[in-house]
Design a protein around this ligand. Sequence first.
Ligand SMILES: Cc1ncc(C[n+]2csc(CCOP(=O)(O)OP(=O)(O)O)c2C)c(N)n1
Ligand code: SF4
Ligand SMILES: [Mg+2]
Length: 351
Amino acid sequence: MTYITKPKLHHPSLRKNALGYTRRDYEGSVSTLCAGCGHDSISAAIIQACFELALPPHRIAKLSGIGCSSKTPTYFLGSSHGFNSVHGRMPSVLTGANLANRDLIYMGVSGDGDSASIGLGQFAHSLRRGVNMLYIVMNNGVYGLTKGQFSATADKGSKSKRGVVNSDEPIDLVGMALQLGATYVARSFSGDKEQLVPLIKAAISHKGAAFIDCISPCVAFNNHAGSTKSFDYVREHNEAVNRLDIIPEREAIEVEYAPGAVEQVMQHDGSMLQLRKLAPQYDPHDRIAAMTYLQERQAAGEVVTGLLYVDPTPRDLHDHLDTVSAPLNGLGEADLCPGMGPLDKFNAQHR
Ligand SMILES: Cc1ncc(C[n+]2csc(CCOP(=O)(O)OP(=O)(O)O)c2C)c(N)n1
Ligand code: SF4
Ligand SMILES: [Mg+2]
């Protein structure tokens, strides 16, 4: 429905955030995805998260690859920067943009085909380098845009709409993200907005590589009995290890929980993560234990969701490379050509 444009005027009584924006100010154009597609629910969660965090839209850069999932940035944050790259190449474009201008908030939007097949190398390197971003995969287990071929995240034994059984082992992007050194790793479900919105908010506030694998059923090609990425399957097998609330810096903590049921994690920006533990033995600070737990539960047929791992003191790519703190487009001639003195000093360090 590209010909339907949204009205520009908003009802005066719409709730406003601290910047005076309404939720509608964070929307994009009307979605052209199939009605009921999980990806639209994730777009709605991203809109909600940015509205609640009161982010200035001009400070956000959303980048994607190719696929139904990679089309979604058109449907949210219409006033933000956007770049629709080549299939599987979003992470390298995002890395370059981030190195050039660290002042923007980077959001990489991808699909399971985009990230686990053609873009697997790019996915891996952006996480291991610690690029400061929210990397979200809208995971439906199929190539939705090209009409429903199994993707590399489809479970072994999962059935296609035509009854073909997938014989290949799946790639678990969460397991990979943990192994590669991502400092914030979560899994969620497009049908669970209450879980997803805080996970997105916390991932945006995280200063490092934050990865969310969001199961997002494809109603056209992968939502039938036998599919392990269908709405019914995920609802029946969803095991949430925790529930997250995020309390921005300086806001009074008013929520009360029973002692022992909640863990508080302070982030670098002063915001506080409140983790309500649903699986008391699950420790989201132990990378190795998280990997073992996930594999055990996966073998039992469960889909583990929640905040799976967080490092509250992450280092990002700029810290590793010791880059200048100013965006490159803000550097003047004197910074770029400091003269012979600094050049001689620099050369001397390498002799
Ligand atoms: C280089 C290249 N190879 C193949 C394609 C064809 N193609 C377009 S989208 C896509 C898969 C998309 O799957 P996914 O990332 O899971 O997104 P979804 O549509 O399922 O959301 C493929 C193979 C392409 N556009 N470019
Ligand atoms: S084909 Fe599948 S992934 Fe693509 S818009 Fe339709 S439901 Fe969504
Ligand atoms: Mg897909």
